[in-house]
Design a protein around this ligand. Sequence first.
Ligand SMILES: Nc1ncnc2c1ncn2[C@@H]1O[C@H](COP(=O)(O)OP(=O)(O)OP(=O)(O)O)[C@@H](O)[C@H]1O
Ligand SMILES: [Mg+2]
Length: 356
Amino acid sequence: MKRIPHFLEINRPSILPLIAAILAIAIFILDTVTDLEIAAAVFYVAVVLMSVSFCQKRGVMLVGAACIALAILSYFLTRSGSPEAGLINCVISISAITATTYLVLKIDSARVAVYEARAQLAHIARVTALGELTASIAHEVNQPLAAVVTNGNAGLRWLTNQPPNVEKTKQTLERIVREANRASEIVGRIRNLAKKTGPQNERFNFNETVLETIALMLSEIQRNHVSLQTELQDDLPLVFGDRIQLQQVVLNLLVNAVEAMAMMEEGPHNLLVSTTNDNTRTVLFAVHDTGTGLEPDKLNRLFDAFYTTKLEGMGMGLAISRSIVEAHGGRIWATQNERRGAIFQFELPIRRAGMP
Ligand SMILES: Nc1ncnc2c1ncn2[C@@H]1O[C@H](COP(=O)(O)OP(=O)(O)OP(=O)(O)O)[C@@H](O)[C@H]1O
Ligand SMILES: [Mg+2]
């Protein structure tokens, strides 16, 4: 069984294998000291069920086999009671353990298939979102490259001066290196977003992720005459989860907000992006826009798959965002902005202290 990295399992105590082992020993003792007529061995199914959360496919099979071996061993060790009834009970227990192991493995492979389908869909949506931002990204990469050319020409001029100005040439070369690094960082970010990787859980600075996402959209923001304001809390605790997937959620919400404002010809185009951690248990990310706003009767459909009001929309952005946030143990919701526009927010739980 392929282990699905579940974000919630970060809070799961690692003593579960120990509890399962103690339970198995307790059942074995109970099964051996009690009468052969009492089928205490059926309780081994609980051990098999517990093993799913800390074992892979082979491990669960091994646990099942070990439980069967213990049930048989205790049948031979038990002295009291009728041997016929004991044999029947032993067969019943073995059947229960086998059936449970089989069903547990089946259910888990279905869970893996659903999980993989979701990850693939998220990847496709990410690449599609990047495709929509091509013009903006090209502009972002082009800016540092243009600066490289300008500084290169200036450097050549300082060198061909008589006498050559070494100090000025050095400064232009430093600027070239800085700008080239900037271009390479932008390309790196895009590559990361487009890459197909399995979930990678890590602790990361969420504000940085938000700023990186905004950087990818800057030209799009400018092109649509959006005035951007960021209020990112300074001492925001590190967030634990899949950075790329959470960046995808931020990107979806920002793209939606800019699209909603692009549809409004009149009035201000104000985008407020904020992060806070008021209640110390969660990190809250919010996007306030002054776009088309949300119709109250459509509020509960926004996050449904394929719900879209756009001609070229797929209606998957918010559905995928919700599944990502919920897989991280968080929640996402939308409300109407006070005067006009919408507010989309999501909160993520912070890992409890003392966790690895
Ligand atoms: N900031 C917003 N303001 C107003 N309406 C919004 C906003 N964000 C989302 N919506 C509404 O929710 C719908 C669903 O959004 P979602 O991001 O899931 O799909 P989409 O943007 O239509 O298409 P795509 O799959 O390309 O993202 C949008 O079509 C729009 O009607
Ligand atoms: Mg969208």
